[in-house]
Design a protein around this ligand. Structure first.
Ligand code: ATP
Length: 469
């Protein structure tokens, strides 16, 4: 009260009128802002419902049934066909263990690599069956050669409850990806293949988040031929984290985007501009944005044909009052050995004083001032979505920006309760390199799928799952 009295006694009446007018105008602006935010939330909630209203395992009866589960066992193999990273197999264990507890008979279907519709021995799922068997401590039957052969169908028909069968690589059949035997697009062939797969089970569970952005036989078509369909626990978890981050974020909401090219992430940026409070841009992408603002970028990786678009995105961000943060300094070098991922001894590596990069030098990482500026934004954010490294993180000398920002995200998550979601193969490796992967709220298992989700695209494999009754 004393404050008002002070104000009143210290202004003449014309000033008082102006003061009241500005208070009223500010109130109106706040109400307008709240109304548009409410609209955004309502629209977002509708989308969120779309994804979160899908059938999950808890919605369907699986006890004693033959359950077909689409998993993503597209794991990396070395020259001796040894699995070098079993993360994707481990990610399917909750669904498999749940089905075992429910005494279901489990038939797993997956692809591995890109055999292009032909049998390729090096892309057999046999190593996966052995690995899965080791992880579960029980046998996993494997039928080689052909996932819809007489042998596969017989094995599926004879499968008892509590048993697990893994069928051979779906992509040995061109029909899986919607093509016929001569490689032409053929929807009927895809439907027929999906029907054959479906005939082996009574229930279908979609747990391959890495492939739900593809409209394939085992993602979108198969659901038409099985009575009960649901998402598995992995897909449910992905939708929950990505969906809630995008549609019901706790604010401030920050997106960090990096990586090689603006062109890969235009749609992601466009979509996120409608949702976030701030966007941090790093990696090579940043140089296209900086050049579009007239900043010199030396020999940095720039997409010259995307300069107008980059400028337009910055303009849109301003219009939408989204903080659009670009690096304010860089680590630069005049030489990089991209093939062997190292810095030659004769290379000159330095830090710029500001955002400008001199002739003959390329930006390879964000500089210390940028790290500091970005970390301040990270610290105060409550929802953080990250896709793409902020520098050439594969080279140790140029990984500092990516690693430190990963550490700040982890800190915001564990100490300040922020929700952090990381997607994209390279970003996930970066988080691991920083040793903070366990501190991130959710690491997406699907690079392409999570990117399409962030773009706001419909994911055919998810759309196909029926809504809860
Ligand atoms: P994925 O494509 O696997 O989903 P991602 O989305 O996390 O991964 P990409 O867009 O593929 O990331 O970009 C990662 C690549 O960008 C890395 O190989 C990294 O070295 C490269 N990169 C980052 N910054 C720069 C830079 N300043 N100059 C050149 N390349 C860079």
């Amino acid at each position: 009260m004393w404050k008002v009295e002070f104000l009143v006694s210290n202004v003449d009446t014309s000033h008082l009128w102006l003061l009241c007018r500005s208070i009223v105008l500010r109130k109106i602006k706040l109400i307008q802002k709240a109304a548009s935010y409410k609209n955004m939330c309502e629209c977002g909630l509708w989308l969120l419902k779309g994804y979160l209203m899908k059938n999950t395992l808890a919605d369907i009866a699986v006890e004693g049934k033959k359950v077909l589960v689409r998993v993503d066992y597209n794991v990396p193999l070395d020259a001796n066909l040894k699995i070098t990273n079993d993360k994707r197999i481990i990610a399917t264990l909750p669904t498999i263990k749940y089905l075992l507890k429910k005494n279901a008979a489990i038939i797993l279907i997956s692809h591995l690599g890109r055999p292009k519709g032909k049998k390729v021995d090096a892309m057999s799922l046999n190593p996966v069956s052995l690995c899965l068997s080791g992880l579960l401590g029980r046998p996993v039957k494997f039928i080689g050669y052909d996932c819809i052969s007489h042998e596969s169908k017989t094995a599926a028909a004879n499968l008892k409850t509590g048993e697990i069968l893994l069928l051979e690589n779906l992509r040995f059949h061109p029909e899986e990806e919607g093509k016929n035997a001569v490689g032409e697009k053929d929807n009927n062939a895809m439907e027929a293949f999906a029907k054959e797969l479906a005939s082996m089970g009574e229930v279908f569970v979609q747990d391959a988040f890495g492939t739900v952005h593809r409209a394939h036989a085992s993602t979108a078509s198969i659901v038409k031929y099985v009575k009960d369909v649901a998402s598995g626990f992995l897909v449910e978890k992905e939708l929950k984290f990505l969906g809630e981050a995008l549609e019901k974020p706790i604010r401030p909401f920050l997106a960090i985007l990096g990586g090689a090219k603006v062109s890969d992430k235009i749609n992601v940026i466009e979509n996120l501009l409608n949702k976030v409070n701030a966007i941090i841009i790093g990696g090579a992408m940043a140089y296209t944005f900086l050049k579009s603002q007239g900043v010199s970028t030396g020999t940095s990786l720039v997409e010259d044909d995307k300069l107008d678009l980059a400028a337009e995105l910055i303009r849109k961000a301003r219009e939408k009052k989204v903080d659009f943060l670009l690096p304010i300094d860089h680590i630069i070098t005049n030489k990089v050995d991209f093939t062997n991922k190292h810095v030659p001894s004769e290379a000159d590596v330095k830090i710029t004083v500001d955002e400008a990069i001199p002739e003959g030098f390329m930006g390879v990482d964000i500089g210390p001032k940028s790290i500091e500026k970005f970390s301040e934004v990270v610290k105060f954010s409550k929802t953080i979505v990250w896709n793409g490294p902020l520098g050439i993180f594969e080279i140790n000398e140029f990984s500092k920006g990516t690693v430190e920002i990963a550490e700040f995200i982890a800190e915001a998550t564990t100490n300040k309760g922020a929700i952090s979601v990381v997607g994209g193969g390279d970003s996930v490796s970066a988080v691991k390199k920083a040793g903070v992967d366990k501190k991130i709220s959710h690491i997406s298992t699907g690079g392409g799928a999570s990117l399409e989700f962030l773009e706001g695209k419909e994911l055919p494999g998810i759309v196909a799952i029926p809504d809860k009754k």
